[in-house]
Design a protein around this ligand. Structure first.
Ligand code: B4P
Length: 190
């Protein structure tokens, strides 16, 4: 099974590259951001709670996203593999993911981190915010809050996978095809 964690700050290109990887490898895409936005669109209690945090650029509680991922893994028992996009975002989430996968007799193949500087991230997110309708992309202050949240809570997740010799970092600046080629080079090495 190919189980890939696509990692990087908000706007690094995780969602963009995930779409291309699904097409190429037939993997199931598990984006906690998309799952949360789905809950918001349906107006569920979970969605209403998550929206308050997401609109401020804050992470939603670990137990909420771990529960969503657990349900999706159970619902896709015959999958060839998974792309985890935007998850795990804390070390507690990474530990929970390892336990969930071990219970299904599988494991993470590797984490691929997209490196992009803060100015470029802000530029990309503001550009997307012009027509995405995402409140968290529309405002420079909220974007900076998301990047701060990433540096404080999410960046340490890289260490978790480095300790397991599963971490590879690539340049996330360049054309979408150039970055996709670099990701594929890493996948071939698994
Ligand atoms: P996400 O939906 O994961 O959003 P994101 O970090 O902004 O990344 P995304 O994948 O959408 O953007 P991409 O880089 O592809 O999270 C949103 C919120 O949900 C979080 O702030 C948090 O509140 C909550 N949340 C989600 N998961 C959570 C978790 N596990 N725990 C707790 N809370 C959680 O693309 C950005 C833009 O760049 C696009 O417009 C794209 O077109 C452009 N782009 C991509 N590649 C490019 C390139 N090479 N060159 C130029 N532009 C490029």
């Amino acid at each position: 099974m190919l189980n890939l964690v696509l990692f990087g700050p908000p706007g690094a290109g995780k969602g963009t590259q995930s779409q291309k990887l699904i097409d190429k490898y037939g993997l199931i895409h598990l984006s906690t951001g998309d799952l949360l936005r789905g809950e918001i669109a349906q107006g569920t209690k979970l969605g209403l709670e998550a929206k308050k945090l997401m609109d401020q650029g804050l992470l939603v509680p670990d137990e909420v996203v771990i529960g969503m991922i657990s349900n999706k893994l159970d619902a896709n028992k015959d999958a060839k593999g998974f792309i985890f996009d935007g998850f795990p975002r804390t070390v507690a989430q990474a530990e929970a993911l390892d336990e969930l996968l071990t219970s299904k007799a599988t494991a993470i193949s590797g984490m691929i981190a997209l490196e992009v500087n803060d100015d470029e991230l802000e530029h990309r997110l503001l550009l997307r915010g012009k027509d995405s309708g995402r409140p968290d992309d529309a405002n420079p202050e909220i974007i900076r809050k998301r990047i701060k949240e990433y540096n404080e809570k999410t960046a340490p997740v890289a260490g978790f996978y480095k300790d397991q010799n599963k971490f590879k970092s690539i340049n996330g600046i360049g054309s979408i095809e150039e970055i996709f080629d670099a990701i594929n080079t890493v996948i071939i090495s698994y």
